[in-house]
Design a protein around this ligand. Structure first.
Ligand code: AMP
Ligand code: MG
Length: 347
């Protein structure tokens, strides 16, 4: 299949009327799959109302069919068509955080979207992205778009159109290139279908920010402890992994340097994931700085690109520094721990 690529400047007005957006929207209306930028990561969009269109997403990504998709909308009218019994807390969260990186799991309306979107669940995950290109595409298509991250299943999510092209060229109808995404990690998934909201996946909106709006918010135990069955189907899968085995190190720079030397003595090429504060303080085959410790959002923003850069560098093993699990740090450590297959070395 030919994969079209369009470049679009997100800062232009009336994006819905741009030829690139219109062409992409026409493909979506014809039940084809198109990748587009959002403020979190690139999404792989298809008509959420069509079984045929949604099946193409699972096929292109190699995604297990029991892992449901997030429906992306551009108006509150679309929310009301898809979800029912929306609790007051969810309404307050929508007022505060939409459009933005917060996905709400709500009770779904019967037959409102394809069953393939919800993978047989009684609930549906919905969000309104804030990226102007994403909003324009949804509006121009006139459709709710089912859209997971636009990577091959298991790989780090794409934060640049190049990442999408590397994974999916030949497998999808088009890629809208709107430059680098914003947050760099996926949306927070919050289950609002019970009495107390539960974070199923930490992300762009932090627990602290959610609690300011609706009091107590729980975190799914599977995120905090290994070995628990996650409430969100997708969280059980291997994710975000670079090709070389990655270990997170809880320890000093000296300790990390010792681990590197040991591996090098075995004849292996070693990579270190650090920050700007550490990049000149190590000796290794590949040292990559992922943002700054002074600004954890910069770490989130760079993380997936850095994991992909290690793939290009040809190292045999990777050691990563660890990050504090507060604010956006909770999402960073969640993704990093998954990328490391839960390998954590403590000094
Ligand atoms: P992705 O589309 O790759 O960003 O992943 C979407 C995440 O949302 C996955 O972890 C899904 O399992 C989760 N998700 C989607 N729909 C639901 C739902 N109805 N209930 C719980 N989790 C969901
Ligand atoms: Mg994903």
């Amino acid at each position: 299949m030919e994969t079209k690529q369009w470049v679009v400047d997100k800062n232009q007005h009336n994006l819905e009327s741009y030829p690139q957006i219109k062409e992409a929207a026409n493909l979506l209306q014809a039940d084809e799959v198109v990748a587009f930028p959002t403020e979190t990561v690139y999404g792989l969009g298809a008509n959420a109302l069509s079984d045929e269109a949604v099946a193409k997403i699972y096929e292109a990504k190699g995604r297990p069919s029991d892992n449901p998709l997030i429906v992306h909308i551009s108006t509150i009218g679309q929310l009301q068509q898809i979800a029912q019994d929306i609790p007051e807390q969810a309404k307050s969260l929508i007022k505060k955080f939409w459009p933005g990186p917060l996905t709400l799991v709500l009770k779904r309306k019967e037959n409102a979207v394809s069953k393939k979107v919800t993978a047989g669940l009684e609930t549906v995950a919905i969000r309104m992205p804030s990226h102007p290109v994403a909003l324009a595409l949804i509006t121009a298509s006139g459709l709710p778009l089912a859209a997971p991250s636009a990577n091959l299943s298991g790989k780090p999510s794409p934060t640049l159109a190049k990442h999408v092209a590397d994974d999916l060229t030949g497998k999808i109808a088009g890629i809208l290139d709107g430059g680098a995404t914003g947050v760099g990690l996926e949306s927070t998934v919050l289950d609002c279908s019970g009495d107390i909201p539960v974070i199923l996946r930490p992300g762009g909106v932090t627990k602290e920010q959610l609690e300011e709006v609706c009091g107590v918010v729980e975190v799914d135990r599977a995120i905090l402890e290994e070995g628990q069955a996650p409430k969100s189907p997708g969280m059980k899968y291997k994710h975000y992994a670079p090709t070389a085995p990655l270990s997170i190190v809880n320890g000093s720079m000296e300790f990390i340097q010792t681990l590197v030397k040991e591996k090098q003595h075995e004849g292996l090429k070693v990579g270190i994931l650090t920050t700007t504060e550490g990049e000149n303080k190590y000796e290794a085959d590949q040292i990559i700085a992922c943002g700054s410790r002074e600004d954890l959002e910069s770490v989130a923003n760079r993380l997936y690109d850095v994991l992909r850069l290690f793939d290009e560098s040809g190292v045999d093993v990777i050691f990563s520094e660890s990050f504090p699990s507060e604010g956006i740090g909770q999402a960073i450590m969640n993704r990093l721990t998954k990328a490391a297959g839960h390998r954590i070395i403590t000094e």
